[in-house]
Write a protein that binds this ligand. Structure first.
Ligand SMILES: [Zn+2]
Length: 59
Protein backbone atom coordinates (compact mmCIF):
# COMPACT_ATOMS: atom_id res chain seq x y z
CA UNK A 1 0.00 0.00 0.00
CA UNK A 2 2.19 2.80 -1.22
CA UNK A 3 1.48 6.13 -2.83
CA UNK A 4 -1.48 8.41 -2.35
CA UNK A 5 -4.50 7.09 -0.55
CA UNK A 6 -7.94 7.73 -1.98
CA UNK A 7 -9.60 7.00 1.32
CA UNK A 8 -12.21 9.52 2.36
CA UNK A 9 -11.33 11.35 5.51
CA UNK A 10 -14.02 11.76 8.15
CA UNK A 11 -15.69 15.15 8.18
CA UNK A 12 -13.89 17.53 10.47
CA UNK A 13 -10.91 15.28 10.80
CA UNK A 14 -7.66 17.14 11.19
CA UNK A 15 -9.32 20.53 11.07
CA UNK A 16 -9.24 23.25 13.64
CA UNK A 17 -12.30 23.40 15.92
CA UNK A 18 -13.28 26.74 14.39
CA UNK A 19 -13.26 25.19 10.92
CA UNK A 20 -15.51 22.32 11.80
CA UNK A 21 -19.01 22.32 10.33
CA UNK A 22 -21.83 23.67 12.44
CA UNK A 23 -25.58 23.25 12.62
CA UNK A 24 -28.36 25.10 14.38
CA UNK A 25 -30.38 23.19 16.94
CA UNK A 26 -34.13 23.73 16.28
CA UNK A 27 -34.98 23.14 19.95
CA UNK A 28 -32.62 25.39 21.89
CA UNK A 29 -31.77 27.60 18.91
CA UNK A 30 -28.07 27.39 19.54
CA UNK A 31 -25.40 26.48 17.03
CA UNK A 32 -23.45 23.35 17.73
CA UNK A 33 -20.26 22.13 16.16
CA UNK A 34 -19.23 18.82 14.72
CA UNK A 35 -18.27 16.23 17.28
CA UNK A 36 -16.16 13.12 17.01
CA UNK A 37 -19.09 10.94 18.05
CA UNK A 38 -21.07 12.25 15.06
CA UNK A 39 -18.41 11.60 12.43
CA UNK A 40 -20.43 8.71 10.98
CA UNK A 41 -23.85 10.33 11.00
CA UNK A 42 -23.31 14.07 10.94
CA UNK A 43 -25.66 14.34 7.96
CA UNK A 44 -28.53 13.00 10.03
CA UNK A 45 -27.77 14.92 13.21
CA UNK A 46 -30.46 17.52 13.87
CA UNK A 47 -30.32 18.28 17.56
CA UNK A 48 -27.37 19.36 19.66
CA UNK A 49 -27.95 16.77 22.34
CA UNK A 50 -30.06 13.81 23.40
CA UNK A 51 -31.98 16.16 25.64
CA UNK A 52 -32.96 18.44 22.76
CA UNK A 53 -33.72 15.43 20.58
CA UNK A 54 -36.21 14.20 23.20
CA UNK A 55 -37.85 17.63 23.35
CA UNK A 56 -37.99 17.83 19.58
CA UNK A 57 -39.80 14.53 19.38
CA UNK A 58 -42.11 15.21 22.30
CA UNK A 59 -43.15 18.87 22.34
ZN1 LIG B 1 -30.24 21.98 21.41
Amino acid sequence: MAGKSAAVKPMGGGKKPSERPQKLCPVCGRPFAWRKKWERDWDTVIYCSDRCRAQGRNP
